[in-house]
Ligand binder design. Structure first.
Ligand code: FE2
Length: 145
């Protein structure tokens, strides 16, 4: 939630900026779904730091520091970092969705499934943005140097 706006600000391609902006809004809904999951399980909502995600986010910040503003090279790095985030989310939500299904918690499973699908869509969208020119533009930047 805190990192996506930073990625959005650091991005150059309008397509990528929009993808980050949209996923920020989507992530808010995902947080609300998690709150609903806690409710369905009769548990108090509790945030817990995730060391793995922290590491991926740190790596993303490093990419911003190591690349120049306004370059496609930075956009490529941001896409790589963001896809690592999405893949981690996909594996986590995928595992939790399966667990909820096994436990017969269908409402919880449905909520987790919705978020899982959004994460998968975001991953595909990021791949498309890379394919549609950001990677090519970045390759050209390297040649010019
Ligand atoms: Fe996500």
């Amino acid at each position: 939630m805190k990192t996506l706006p930073k990625f959005q600000k650091a991005a150059t391609s309008p397509e990528l900026q929009e993808a980050f902006a949209n996923h920020t809004v989507q992530s808010q809904t995902q947080v609300e779904r998690l709150e609903q999951v806690f409710g369905l399980l009769g548990k108090k909502v509790q945030a817990k730091k995730c060391d793995a995600m922290d590491g991926i986010i740190e790596e993303g910040k490093g990419i911003i520091e190591e690349t120049d503003k306004g370059t496609a090279t930075r956009d490529v790095g941001l896409i790589l970092a963001a896809q690592k985030v999405e893949h981690y989310e996909i594996s986590t939500y995928g595992g939790l969705h399966q667990l909820a299904t096994t436990l017969g918690l269908s409402e919880v499973a449905d909520l987790l499934k919705q978020t899982l699908e959004e994460e998968k869509q975001t991953d595909v969208l990021l791949s498309q943005i890379a394919k549609n020119g950001v990677n090519y533009a970045s390759a050209n930047e390297e040649e010019e140097e």
